[in-house]
Design a protein around this ligand. Structure first.
Ligand SMILES: Cc1cc2nc3c(=O)[nH]c(=O)nc-3n(C[C@H](O)[C@H](O)[C@H](O)COP(=O)(O)OP(=O)(O)OC[C@H]3O[C@@H](n4cnc5c(N)ncnc54)[C@H](O)[C@@H]3O)c2cc1C
Ligand code: HEM
Length: 415
């Protein structure tokens, strides 16, 4: 390995607490030095400005053994063709990453540290650009156009969308895609494909509206049949292990059922389907949005058991989790099972931890990557809050009434 991971980790520890500010600096630096690149990024970046920056830092930190990361980086590089990221953009991104780290490290920044980060970034960029170039050469599309052919409101906050891609869209059951709608330009989000490959090539997505969410709100409330969306290439390796005869455990929460449904469609289509147990966690009635499909699977396949972990009434997420974990514990030993986990961000780490304690083999647990986010929960110092005006109610004194000695912001209640 050309660089020293210990140097990278130690230098990042110095600045980690200010990662949110570094992300701001990173984008400001990138857009100031390469204004053309700004057009590739979404207009609204306040909520998500750390998407690329968080990934960059986390990837470099995990690069101790690049081997296991190579597949992910290759997929990421191919996926970046949809952003129109070209080889010449990579050094620009690398330079802004280094500039941000250098700025926030102050006197602790050394030439040795700069060399280590530069070399690590170069390894990552090389794997990504090589994979993208291979796809360029094979004329593989950078993205697919697809028409929304059907939309079904499955629950107040959930729609099931059927899409017809304009060209054959290769994928394996269990993978996800990224999607962008012209209603929210340049905002791409991942969604699990909720079916196994079909003869007509259509795709189904189960989308839940996230409060304040940019794309999920548009998909659940506005996008109608006849509209077109853009799809990135299928990605992810939470697929069935080819040829495995081990029993399968799948745990799904909320719209994570979509991915599980795709896996079950593939499993039951095999000549001699193996035994499978599926736990579906639903925090309320709305979460049980596809019960008819669940019942159809159970009715048609004798080697499939489905357990629904749903509170009887007025339940909340905590009680659904409690039911789920109790049921998994009650089963006892999960050694020798292939395991698939899909659901909201916290589900996979929590259930994987539980199952490992119940004998499951770490190498047989599959789930999609849990998104990297910077640690925002850690309290900042008062000066950090001051610098980060985004989170502070900033009062323009000229807007205050002359008789207001307390400077209460307009519209705010006074005790
Ligand atoms: C591999 C993968 C597969 C996914 N599959 C599906 C799927 O099949 N169906 C589906 O509905 N969603 C799925 N998601 C989540 C989806 O990608 C989006 O994150 C979600 O739709 C919100 O996007 P948005 O643009 O509406 O929200 P944003 O504008 O990105 O976020 C708005 C606010 O909501 C918060 N937020 C974002 N996502 C979530 C979340 N999932 N839970 C709680 N808070 C959140 C953000 O932190 C932010 O504060 C998947 C995510 C990943 C990583
Ligand atoms: C080593 C280099 C890079 C790494 C590791 C990297 C990684 C990532 C990751 C993980 C994401 C989030 C993907 C998602 O949420 O689906 C992302 C988003 C993005 N990347 Fe990169 N990237 C790199 C270089 C580049 C370059 C050179 C460009 C071109 C200008 C670019 C443009 C983008 C854009 C436009 C987004 C979407 C941003 C958003 O939605 O907020 N990236 N990148």
């Amino acid at each position: 390995m050309p660089f020293d991971p210990a140097v990278i980790r130690a230098s990042f520890a110095v600045v980690e607490r200010r990662a949110d500010h570094m992300a701001k600096y990173f984008y400001a630096h990138l857009f100031a030095h390469h204004p053309g690149v700004r057009d590739y990024f979404p207009e609204e970046m306040a909520e998500q400005r750390d998407r690329l920056f968080a990934a960059l830092t986390q990837l470099v930190l995990r690069l101790e053994s690049p081997g296991p990361l190579t597949g992910y980086l290759r997929a990421l590089g191919r996926d970046h063709r949809k952003f129109q990221a070209a080889p010449e953009h990579y050094p620009a991104v690398g330079a802004s990453l280094i500039a941000a780290l250098r700025h926030f490290s102050g006197h602790s920044w050394t030439q040795e540290i700069e060399k280590a980060w530069t070399e690590a970034f170069t390894v990552i960029a090389q794997v990504m650009t090589e994979a993208a170039a291979e796809d360029d050469r094979s004329d593989s599309p950078a993205w697919w156009e697809a028409e929304v052919t059907r939309r079904r409101r499955a629950a107040p906050d959930i729609v099931v969308l059927t899409l017809a891609p304009d060209r054959p869209y290769p994928f394996t059951a269990g993978q996800y895609l990224t999607l962008c709608s012209p209603r929210v330009p340049r905002v791409w989000r991942p969604y699990s494909i909720a079916n196994a490959p079909r003869p007509d090539g259509s795709l189904e997505l189960h989308v839940r509206r996230v409060r304040g969410g940019l794309l999920s709100t548009a998909l659940v409330e506005d996008v109608m049949p006849g509209e077109r969306v853009r799809l990135g290439p299928a990605i992810g390796d939470a697929c069935l292990v080819p040829g495995s005869r081990r029993p399968l455990l799948a745990v799904a929460g909320g719209t994570g059922w979509g991915q599980t449904k795709a896996l079950l469609e593939q499993l039951v289509a095999e000549p001699d389907p193996r035994r499978a147990m599926v736990f579906v966690a639903a925090r309320d009635d709305d979460d049980q949005y596809d019960l008819a499909a669940v019942e159809a699977f159970v009715g048609a396949h004798s080697r499939l058991d489905v357990l629904l972990a749903a509170p009887a009434d007025s339940g909340d997420r905590t009680s659904a989790n409690g039911l789920l974990t109790d049921a998994l514990r009650a089963h006892g030993d999960w050694e020798g099972w292939d395991i698939h986990l899909s659901g909201p961000p916290g589900l996979a780490p929590e259930i994987a931890g539980l199952l490992l304690g119940l004998g499951a083999d770490a190498g047989r647990i599959r789930h999609d990557p849990v998104p990297d986010t910077l640690n925002r929960s850690r309290p900042l110092t008062p000066s950090d809050w001051f610098l980060d005006r985004r989170d502070v109610a900033w009062i323009n004194r000229t807007e205050l009434g002359a008789d207001d000695p307390h400077g209460t912001p307009p519209g705010a209640a006074r005790a």
